[in-house]
Design a protein around this ligand. Structure first.
Ligand code: ARG
Length: 645
């Protein structure tokens, strides 16, 4: 960011000779609105008799420009025994004439400030054109490290809508923190351990194909997984019928398997167990044995599992890169060490957090938080659970990264799980336990693809691409001008999927609607891409060299349309600061739509081509600034803005 000196020099050129009184927590060199905050707070503190430390943060940006550019709610200054509307009237009357803002308006208990357009346009447009892709984020995270754990699919099981949302939201949050100066560790915590790998191993031995595995590991493993599961289910049915025919009361299959596993375990540990033959060759039991071997480091089984994992990761990487995402750490449930889980188990026991209950180890949360109930952390047979692995994983991550913050982007179905996890870490008195955040989200309804209701990310993106291609073809004239329509359709299709996902509040469910999301009407991805490509096209047609724009005469931008657009562009840094609080992609998405709506109503009023050169240049500078902000916002969301479509 430029220095305060150069900002003052700039202000001096605008005819403001008094240097800006800078408030310690403000960023006037990277956020134009902070210039106003500094000035207003400095003036308002003596008028109100309130400490500037209280006045400054009370100056808030507004969601709609009609309410002003900055607004102050009188109650926030905590003046006892005075009526808020009387106060705002008094303060408004005392506010001096100045080059920054119009005389403030007292609206009930609110004091509204409207920026003067002259200084505003110069300040904002030169900031955007000067800082380019750096305009927006403010370096508040310097020296801090955050882990964002997101996507985290389960190998051999479908990548479902929950994983898609986690990927989109997590990718965005990573970008946001990174842009604000944080060191971001993007982490994928794969579901790569558990009984399902036993099933998969057995299935693969029976009907796996090397060729298919190499060509398309994710789909092939899923295929195998589905097929073997079907067989296991059928066997169970047969067993049931057999037992019924014999008139036997059937032994609960789960119980029998557990007993069998226990015997196996004893055998494995070298204890002379009861060698009675219990297994009668059921797939399920074979699978348990496979997983059991994995847990005990059997080389052959581990080697097989490892290949499945590695080939899947390779494939995932390719898909993630289509969403502009790459990970720093592919961790997973399998990577959590026995030692850290044992250590956690010991700590829980010693601190009286866990207790034994019918052979298992449980944590009873009721004394701390009723809602959290009870949770098992170790099963009777000694095997660990999802929760146990998460406890160990969190501890290992702290050891390794010493993070200042860790965000879990996981569907709200797992709210309880994460609350339990966070509570255990808190009860363990780990001093970093309060650095964890769960960013949750609702469901996607009605999602299906060419393969039916099981959703693969690749299929969804391919469907969106084809649909988009179809929509683009309808406008033959334009379609002919696009160089690589297949590629553009792919990019815009992805945008459609992602914008639909990020449009509402995270917690809301939404219905997956291919027709609506690929439409150019309404607040859709294609609309946003269209807005960007239209700005690019204006630029191409005008042919004004980029270097001329910074020196344009911004005072020629007098129309309300221009002013309102500039006021909106000024808000972008504040929008990002607010997003750090909400952690909602929609905070950015809503803003971008508001801005592009102002844009589309401006085109007829603010023409570039065919105007007097000075005016064209000034307007081009405005459009280029809008394009830059739109581009910055889209990239932050993980989108690739297109230049033609
Ligand atoms: N693999 C899990 C699932 O698909 C999500 C993992 C969430 N992260 C975690 N640390 N538990 O349900």
């Amino acid at each position: 960011a430029p220095s305060i000196e150069s900002l003052n020099e700039q202000l001096n050129n605008f005819g403001i000779s008094e240097p800006l009184p800078v408030f310690p927590d403000s960023n006037p060199t990277s956020n134009p609105i902070d210039v106003y905050r500094c000035y207003i707070a400095h003036v308002l503190a003596p008028i109100t008799g309130v400490d500037i430390k209280l006045v400054y943060p009370a100056l808030e940006w507004t969601q709609s420009l009609e309410k002003g550019d900055l607004i102050l709610a009188a109650p926030r200054l905590r003046i006892p025994g005075r009526n808020g509307s009387d106060l705002t009237k008094e303060w408004a009357a005392k506010f001096p004439e100045n080059p920054y803002v119009h005389p403030p308006t007292a609206a009930g208990t609110f004091l509204q400030f409207y920026f003067r357009k002259d200084v505003l346009s110069k300040l904002v447009l030169s900031s955007i054109l000067g800082r380019k892709s750096a305009y927006g984020p403010i370096d508040t995270g310097k020296g801090k490290r955050v882990i964002v754990e997101f996507s985290s699919p389960n190998i051999a099981k479908p990548f479902h809508a929950g994983h898609l949302r986690s990927t989109i939201i997590g990718g965005f949050l990573s970008n946001l923190y990174e842009s604000c100066g944080w060191e971001v560790i993007r982490m994928n915590y794969l579901g790569d351990w558990g009984k399902q790998f036993g099933i998969l191993g057995v299935g693969y031995k029976r009907f796996g194909s090397e060729e298919k595995l190499l060509a398309d590991p994710i789909n092939h493993l899923f295929e195998v997984y589905v097929a073997i599961n079907k067989i296991a289910e059928q066997e169970k049915e047969v067993e049931k019928v057999k037992a019924e025919e014999k008139g036997e009361k059937q032994v609960c299959p789960g119980l029998r398997t557990a007993y069998w596993l226990l015997l196996k375990a004893m055998e494995y540990r070298g204890t002379k167990g009861d060698k009675r033959q219990i297994s009668n060759g059921l797939t399920d039991e074979e699978a348990l044995e496979f997983f059991f071997k994995m847990e005990h480091g059997d080389e052959e089984c581990i080697a097989m599992w490892k290949r499945f994992r590695e080939l899947s990761i390779e494939k995932y990487k390719a898909t993630y890169s289509r969403l502009n995402i790459s990970y720093d750490d592919y961790s997973g449930e399998s990577q959590v060490s026995k030692e850290s889980m044992e250590k956690a188990g010991k700590m829980m026991k010693e601190m009286g957090i866990s207790s034994e209950s019918e052979g298992a180890i449980v944590v009873d949360f009721k004394p701390h938080a009723k809602k959290l109930g009870k949770a098992v952390v170790q099963k009777k047979d000694g095997t660990t659970l999802y929760l146990t692995r998460d406890i160990g994983a969190a501890m290992e991550r702290y050891e390794k990264y010493k993070f200042d913050k860790m965000i879990y982007v996981v569907a709200c179905q797992q709210d309880l799980h994460l609350q339990q996890l966070f509570m255990i870490l808190k009860l363990l008195k780990l001093d970093w336990a309060d650095r964890l955040t769960h960013v949750n989200f609702g469901m996607v309804l009605g999602m299906s693809s060419r393969r039916g209701t099981v959703v693969f990310l690749d299929d969804i993106l391919a469907d969106a691409r084809d649909k988009m291609h179809e929509v683009m073809r309808k406008n033959e004239e334009k379609y002919k001008q696009v160089e690589d329509p297949e590629m553009v359709a792919d990019v815009v299709g992805r945008t459609a999927v992602m914008i639909q996902d990020m449009s509402g509040k995270r917690i809301n469910n939404y219905t997956f609607d291919m027709a609506r999301m690929t439409s150019f009407e309404g607040d859709t991805g294609p609309y946003l891409q269209y807005a960007h490509s239209r700005l690019c096209s204006i630029q191409r047609k005008a042919g004004i060299p980029a270097e001329n724009l910074l020196n344009a005469d911004f005072s020629l931008l007098t129309e309300d349309h221009a002013t309102n657009l500039i006021r909106c562009l000024a808000q972008y840094p504040d929008v990002l600061q607010n997003t750090l609080k909400t952690l909602e992609p929609t905070t950015v998405v809503t803003y971008l739509f508001k801005m592009t709506h102002l844009l589309s109503s401006s085109y007829d009023v603010l023409r570039v081509v065919g105007e007097e050169p000075k005016l064209s240049t000034a307007r081009m500078a405005l459009y280029e600034s809008a394009r830059q902000v739109l581009n910055n916002g889209m990239r932050l969301l993980g989108l690739t803005p297109v230049e033609r479509m």
